[in-house]
Design a protein around this ligand. Structure first.
Ligand code: GTP
Ligand code: MG
Length: 217
């Protein structure tokens, strides 16, 4: 991609995300998903990694998605829709790998997450969020393997980069990329973000605009 189209995608993303974003649907089971309409992108990752905060930062809306200091805040698939004609929905998901939750609940969430991520035609990409302080954990690698097997297109988004030293960021990204080389369905670029400072938001919005274009929307 050349510099001109980069700048153009960033500007389009800025406009789309400056528009009106609203909550449209919450689904606690695969039977109660909203009818498919437009393109969806989903935010997956361990509990507390910052999925809901990222949705708020992207949309410039503090209370749009519910966040919490305690893991396990988001317990359903939560759908947000952008301005009319944008054709884009964001899906906030329950976190995986939350050890303190009751076993039955964890199993139910895991089943829901898997069914949704593997069986939704309108889902263009899964953003897999990784805490920049911690890197990949075993549960993350399990999810990546599942995506590889099902050819789900996914990209890694590092979160909370305000919590690490700027000088450490390149080596964190390199470590992630070294692991990604073993995962065929992974998009090779890693996006580094902070919902706290807004770092990486223009790039993430632009990435979604590119996806929309590739889909012919
Ligand atoms: P679950 O819904 O429980 O799976 O969590 P989640 O992934 O949606 O995380 P959430 O957005 O609720 O954020 C968890 C905690 O991390 C909150 O206390 C946030 O304020 C904090 N947090 C999220 N993003 C950032 C960030 O970029 N920087 C910093 N410093 N803190 C963040
Ligand atoms: Mg959440």
């Amino acid at each position: 991609m050349n510099a001109t189209s980069d700048a153009e995608l960033i500007e389009t993303g800025r406009k789309v995300f400056a528009g009106d974003w609203k909550f449209i649907w919450a689904a606690g089971s695969i039977e109660t998903l909203p009818p498919m309409d437009g393109m969806e992108v989903a935010f997956a990752g361990r509990s507390n990694v910052g999925k809901s905060s990222l949705i708020n930062a992207l949309t410039n809306r503090n209370g749009l998605a519910r966040t919490s200091h305690t893991p396990g805040r988001t317990q359903e698939l939560i759908f947000f829709e952008g301005p009319p004609n944008a054709g884009l929905r964001l899906v906030d998901m329950p976190g995986y790998g939350y050890a303190a939750a009751p076993k039955a609940k964890v199993a139910a969430w895991t089943a829901l997450i898997h069914k949704f991520l593997l069986g939704r035609a309108s889902l263009a990409r899964v953003y897999v969020l990784i805490d920049s302080r911690h890197g990949f954990k075993d549960v993350d690698i399990e999810i990546l393997k599942t995506f590889d097997r099902s050819a789900v297109s996914y990209q890694i988004v590092l979160t909370k980069i305000d919590q690490i030293k700027a000088a450490e960021l390149p080596e964190r990204i390199a470590a992630i990329q070294a692991t990604l080389a073993k995962h065929p369905a992974a998009f090779p670029d890693v996006l580094a973000t902070s919902s706290e400072t807004g770092a990486g938001m223009p790039e993430l919005r632009a990435a979604m605009m590119k996806l929309l274009r590739e889909r012919g929307a």
